[in-house]
Design a protein around this ligand. Structure first.
Ligand code: ZN
Ligand code: ZN
Length: 154
């Protein structure tokens, strides 16, 4: 005997809705599902759907944290390279071409990397509207940081 996951009453399997995630079976009427409509094989009950959404948000936040950490490290690296470059220029005005080429290569590599992340951040920005304000602010200061770098190296 099977009981409905919503009302707890006995349930005929015929026409019932089975959750693909938790396996609980429901009366369609209890979930306001249309009687005839075919449900997807991966149909999820409202409880599981809620859990998935919450998990997705958690994942999104940890991705933001990662993104923020990598932005910070790129900014620091760029700063370091700039300082080294200036020091080199002051110390030896006649840098060998090889070293200049190497530095330029490194910088353009970092620029590309920044560009990629900038785009990611733009995509992420679209979702930031739903985030609490402190998170949104962090993302904003990130883009400021990247913006500064962009203008400094163009
Ligand atoms: Zn029911
Ligand atoms: Zn479920």
């Amino acid at each position: 005997m099977v009981n409905c996951g919503a009302c707890g009453k006995f349930l005929a399997m015929n026409g019932a809705a089975t959750c693909a995630t938790c396996g609980v079976i429901f009366h369609r009427a209890c979930l306001a599902l249309p009687d005839k409509a075919k449900l997807n094989k991966d149909w999820e009950c409202p409880n599981c759907k809620k859990a998935t959404r919450r998990g997705g948000m958690r994942e999104f936040r940890s991705e933001m944290e990662l993104l923020r950490a990598s932005f910070a490290s790129v900014c620091v690296r760029m700063d370091g390279i700039e300082q080294r470059l200036q020091a080199l220029e002051q110390r030896s005005p006649d840098l060998s071409d090889d070293r200049v080429a190497l530095l330029e290569q490194t910088i353009s590599g970092l620029k590309l990397e920044l560009n990629d992340r900038d785009q990611e951040a733009l995509l992420t920005d679209l979702e930031i509207g739903q985030m609490p304000e402190d998170k949104a602010e962090n993302a904003f200061s990130l883009s400021l940081c990247v913006g500064d770098l962009g203008s400094a190296y163009h």
